[in-house]
Design a protein around this ligand. Structure first.
Ligand code: PLP
Length: 312
C-alpha cells in the first residue's frame, strides 16, 4: 500500500501542540535540528496531566518548570499565567478529557559558528496528547515485575535530577535490561548501595505498614509529592531518606509514582514476589485516594472545552 491509500484522518484528539506562537496538530510540530535542545539535551520540561476534564496541580507544575529553567539559566518571554493559558488552550482544542500535557524550554539555536550558550534565545513548545500510562490499568490489577538495574543513575553532582531533563540514556538502558531479564521496569542504583528512580517514575517501598522513598539522586516527582501528602491524610508514616537495595528486595509492597499513570503497584523484584505477590493494601489505599481526590477537584483546574466535546 502506498502512503496515500486509505489515509488515516487526523483528529484533534491525537494531540495539539503550541510552537512558535501557533497551535497545530501535534504531528505537524517540529523543532530545528540544530536547536541545542535536540543536539545537546540542553532543555528542560515538565509534564502535567488532565483527568476527567481537569488539570491536576497545574500551578505546581508551572512553578517547578520555572524553577528548572532558572537552574539551567534559561528564560522565556511568558509569565506563569500565559503558560497556563497556553496549556489549557492545547487541551481545550484537543477535546481530550484525559491528557498528558508537556511544556518544554530548549536552549535554542546558537549563532552560526558559536558554542556560547549565553547567545542562544530559548524556545518554548507545549502539547497535549492522549493520557500516558507507564503501566496500564490492566497491568495495575496484577502489578508489574521490576528489577534493580546494574545501571547507575547519573550522579546528582553531574546533572541535577531535580531539574527535569532529557538525560535519559541511563534510564533507557535500564529499560533494555528489564526486558532482557523478563521484567517490565527497572529502578536504577546509585554508587552507595541505594536505589534511585526509574524511567519516568519514583519508587516507594512499604515495610511493616510504613513507607519510604529516596531523598536524593532523584527527580522530586509531583506524584511523589502527592503520595507523601496522601500518606499524611491517611495517617501513614512516610520517610524521605536513603533507601537501600536490600530494603527494596525485602519490601512488603513496592509502588511507582508518575504523572503518567499515578500510583502503580510492583509485584515482583528481581524475579521474586514482593510480599504476597499481589498489589498490597497500603498501595491500594493510596491509589484509591489519589484518583478520588482528583475526581473531587482537589488542586484541580477546570478546562473549558470549545465545543462542549467530551464533557461530563
Ligand atoms: N523521575 C523521572 C526521571 C521522571 O522523568 C519522572 C517523570 O517524568 C518522574 C520521576 C515522576 O515525576 P512526576 O510524578 O512529576 O510525573
Amino acid at each position: 500500500m502506498t502512503q496515500n491509500e486509505n489515509p488515516r484522518i487526523e483528529s484533534p484528539q491525537d494531540g495539539i501542540a503550541f510552537i512558535e506562537g501557533k497551535y497545530m496538530a501535534l504531528s505537524q510540530a517540529c523543532v530545528p535540528i540544530l536547536d541545542r535542545g535536540f543536539v545537546r539535551s540542553d532543555a528542560t520540561y515538565d509534564v502535567a496531566h488532565v483527568w476527567k476534564g481537569r488539570f491536576f496541580r497545574l500551578d505546581d507544575h508551572i512553578e517547578r518548570f520555572f524553577a528548572s529553567m532558572k537552574g539551567l539559566r534559561m528564560s522565556l518571554p511568558y509569565t506563569h499565567q500565559q503558560i497556563a493559558d497556553i496549556l489549557i488552550e492545547c487541551v481545550s482544542r484537543s477535546g481530550l478529557r484525559d491528557a498528558y500535557v508537556q511544556m518544554t524550554c530548549t536552549r535554542g539555536l546558537p549563532p552560526v559558528g558559536s558554542r556560547d550558550p549565553r547567545l542562544c534565545t530559548q524556545r518554548f513548545y507545549a502539547f497535549a496528547s492522549p493520557f500516558v500510562w507507564i503501566s496500564t490499568v490492566e497491568q495495575q490489577r496484577k502489578g508489574v515485575p521490576m528489577i534493580v538495574s546494574a545501571v547507575h543513575r547519573i550522579q546528582p553532582e553531574a546533572v541535577d535530577p531535580r531539574i527535569k531533563n532529557f538525560h535519559w540514556l541511563d534510564l533507557t538502558m535500564g529499560i533494555f535490561e528489564a526486558y532482557d531479564r523478563d521484567a517490565f521496569v527497572a529502578v536504577l542504583r546509585d554508587g552507595d548501595g541505594n536505589i534511585t528512580e526509574g524511567a519516568g517514575f519514583n519508587v516507594f517501598v512499604v515495610k511493616d505498614g510504613a513507607l519510604c522513598t529516596p531523598d536524593t539522586g532523584v527527580f522530586e516527582g509531583m506524584t511523589r509529592r502527592t503520595a507523601i501528602e496522601l500518606c499524611a491524610q491517611l495517617q501513614l508514616r512516610c520517610e524521605v531518606r536513603p533507601v537501600s537495595i536490600s530494603e527494596i528486595l525485602e519490601a512488603d509492597e513496592i509502588f511507582m509514582t508518575s504523572t503518567a499513570g499515578g500510583i502503580m503497584p510492583v509485584t515482583t523484584i528481581d524475579g521474586k514476589p514482593v510480599g504476597t505477590g499481589m498489589p498490597g493494601g497500603v498501595t491500594a489505599r493510596i491509589q484509591e485516594l489519589y484518583w478520588r481526590r482528583q475526581e473531587e477537584g482537589w488542586l484541580g483546574t477546570e478546562v473549558t472545552y470549545k465545543d462542549g466535546a467530551n464533557q461530563g
